[in-house]
Structures are given as C-alpha cells and as structure tokens.
Write a protein that binds this ligand. Structure first.
Ligand SMILES: Cc1cc2nc3c(=O)[nH]c(=O)nc-3n(C[C@H](O)[C@H](O)[C@H](O)COP(=O)(O)O)c2cc1C
Length: 387
C-alpha cells in the first residue's frame, strides 16, 4: 500500500515542535501570490502570465470550480494505493512534472534542481526543449529517476534526429511533442517588460550543445551567440507541420509518442489514426489562445472519443489535490503540473519543488481517502457532480 504522500501532513505538524514551519505556504492554490513578491517582475510575468487578457487562465480555474467531489463513507480507504503505470513508466502517483522551459530564470540550478526533486519523489519529469541545461546534465541530476522529453519540433530533420538520439541515449523514454506553440501568443506580461528569455540566450542549452545544430552555424554559439539564438528560434517558429509528418517522428523514436496540446475530440481521434500512443489534453496553461475553452471542459468529450485506445493525460489549471481527483475522475490517466512546481523552484530551488509537489500530493492522497476512494480505479465521473 502506498499512502506515503499524506504522511507529509504529520511531518509538517511535527516540525512545529522544533519551532519550524514550511519553507513556503502549503496552500498550493496560493503559490502564485507567494511567488509574486519573491521573483523579479520579468521572470514572474513569464511564469504567471497567460495569453492576451488572461481569459484562458481563468477558464482553466473556473472549469475545475464547476465540478464538486461527492464523498463516500465506510469504504475502507484508510490505506490507499495511488500507484499506476503510464506508457510503460511506473509512478507512485499519477502526477508528472509538466515541461517548463527556461528554468534558470526561476532558480540558477533550474532543471537540475527539478530533476533531483522529481527523482527524490519518484515522479516523472518531462524535460522541455527550451531547457537551460543539457539532456546529459539533467539525466545525471535525475539519476535513476524517470524522465520523458518534450520536443518543440525543429524544421530541420537532421537536427530533430540528433535531438531524439541524444534524448534516448540520456535515458528519456517517452517523447512528448508539443503542437500548440509553433509561435508565441500575444503575452502582455512579457511584452510589457520586453522580456523574452530566449533572446537573452536562456533556454538554449540543448541546441547549443548539439553537434548537428552547431555544425549548421557559421560561428559557434560562444563566438556569435546572437546568430545561434536567432537560428534556433527560427527553427521552430511557424513551421508547417501536418498530421502525416508524424510518421517521421515514429521512424526516429522507438518509444511511446504523446501529442501535447489537444483540445478537440477530432484531433484526439486523428492522434489515434496516426498511430500515436497518447495525448495531453492541454491548452498550455492558458498561455497560447486567449479566450479558449477551459482544458478540463473538453476532457470528458475527448476521453469518450478515444475510448481507452489512447492514453489521455491532462494539464492546465491543476493547483490542488482536489483538482487532481477531478481530472482523474473525468478520465485522465495522469495529470501534469506546471506552474505549481515552477513557483516552488523560484522560491526555494530543489527544496521548493519538493515542497510544492509534496503538498499537492499529500492533499491529493488525503482527498482520495476522505472522499472514500482507495485506488485510482475507484474514481469515475460518478465521483463528481456539477456545482
Ligand atoms: C513558465 C512556463 C514555461 C513553459 N514551457 C513549456 C515548454 O517549454 N514546453 C511545453 O510543452 N510546455 C511548456 N509550458 C506549459 C506546461 O507544460 C503546461 O502545459 C502548463 O504549465 C500547465 O498548466 P498549469 O501551469 O496551470 O499547471 C510552460 C509553462 C510555463 C508556466
């Protein structure tokens, strides 16, 4: 039985006997507020910001608020088992770390701190293409931990092949291809600060350490960083990929492939038709299309459309343990958490990522038990009612 996550509650109470309190709030819905005062305005805006008016960020939160959990009694849920296996990866709980780029703007150790925290908790980390550390460095920090790789698909095939090879060699087992960010949305929080980390050379560790990418430059990234940055940015901006191009990735990646950014049942069916293994129902945390539908609002119809033939993951708006219960009840096999751990990283590095994730997981574990659910299989749409 695996009820370790809820044990964080006792640990925190006991700390009080030694006059200690948590490194920051355990109210994971309030992490944005907590981080606001502790981060520089540029990086804070980059993490917290959404597309345009912020309507999609709000829609994500509102979508969760429209569902309520119905607790059940006397179900023997004292001991719980939250473990699962997703696309061949075993997990102590169905929670992954979403790919979050440019983590050195949050903390100097960036993805290395995240990789250590994920490994310590046994959770799967998804490394962004826009990481501030290389595959190899992150793999070393992650050790025996489990790791997936998120691809922003370059428009040069030989570079793509090289990235996939390196990711595989460094122990990344599942490929997550993000489809919704072939250009950046209108993001006032960043525009108002004229702040784009990539232009400052942040989040370029993977291409700049790639022999095939570097071979295509006239001068090395060290000699001429601006040209290297511009070439990298142009390599994944506005590229004209279509569904049938996915066969290229299948040819060059021998593990499971997951498409991230799916919001329509027809696109989920297409993912299936084109031989994909999974999808992430995601609107990029409201960072791409302003005025879009809340990601949780489309989850049930997508789950119904693919009918267990595709692994459906979910992200966008997960802040609390109750949010995890709701997304799983509506059919997600696992959820990815983005900003919640990014704020933790910004506030306290590795310890902050651990604390943020342990708080979400403890809350999830306790909410499962108190609502009478012993295993993930106990969750279903009947767990919820419309508010
Ligand atoms: C600062 C930041 C950077 C992100 N970078 C990436 C990225 O490089 N690749 C990607 O696929 N998604 C990226 N995302 C989106 C996340 O993977 C995820 O979809 C989103 O954060 C989920 O919503 P949440 O923040 O409400 O949990 C980023 C999100 C944030 C907040």
């Amino acid at each position: 039985m695996n009820t370790v996550f809820g044990g964080y509650q006792s640990e925190l109470y006991l700390q009080g006997l030694a006059d200690q309190v948590p490194v920051f709030t355990t109210d994971t819905a309030m992490l944005e507020n907590a981080a606001r005062g502790r981060m520089e305005p540029g990086p804070f805006g980059y993490v917290a910001g959404g597309a345009g008016s912020g309507a999609t960020v709000r829609a994500n939160a509102e979508a969760f608020d429209r569902w309520r959990i119905v607790p059940r009694m006397l179900t023997g849920a004292t001991d719980r088992d939250l473990a699962t296996t997703v696309l061949g990866t075993t997990m102590p709980a169905p929670v992954l770390l979403a790919p979050v780029g440019v983590q050195s703007i949050m903390h100097p150790e960036g993805e290395l701190a995240t990789a250590r925290a994920a490994a310590a908790l046994g959770l799967t980390m998804i490394l962004s293409s826009h990481a501030s550390h290389t595959f190899e460095e992150v793999a070393e920090a992650n050790g025996d931990g489990s790791r997936w790789y998120q691809l922003y698909w370059p428009n040069e095939d030989d570079v793509t092949i090289s990235l996939l090879r390196r990711a595989r060699a460094a122990g990344f087992t599942v490929l997550v291809v993000t489809l919704d960010t072939w250009t950046l949305a209108w993001r006032p929080a960043d525009l108002d600060h004229s702040y784009l980390p990539f232009l400052r050379g942040i989040g370029t560790a993977i291409p700049f350490s790639d022999p095939v990418f570097v071979a295509g430059l006239e001068k090395s990234p060290e000699e001429d960083p601006q040209s290297a940055i511009l070439r990298w940015i142009s390599m994944f901006t506005g590229i004209d990929r279509r569904w049938d191009h996915l066969s290229f990735l299948r040819e060059h990646w021998d593990g499971p492939i997951v498409l991230k950014g799916i919001q329509h049942a027809d696109d989920a069916r297409r993912a299936l038709d084109f031989g994909m293994d999974g999808i992430v129902v995601s609107n990029h945390g409201g960072r791409q299309v302003d005025g879009a539908v809340g990601s949780l609002d489309v989850l049930p119809e997508i789950v119904a459309a693919v009918d267990d033939r595709l692994t459906v993951l979910f992200d966008s708006g997960i802040r609390t343990g109750a949010d995890v219960v709701k997304a799983l009840s509506l059919g997600a096999k696992a959820v990815c958490v983005g900003r919640a751990y990014a704020y933790g990283l910004a506030m306290a590095g590795e310890e902050g990522v651990r604390h943020a994730l342990r708080s979400v997981l403890a809350d999830f574990d306790l909410t499962m038990g108190l609502s009478g659910h012993r295993t993930l299989a106990d969750l279903s749409p009947d767990t919820l009612r419309r508010a």
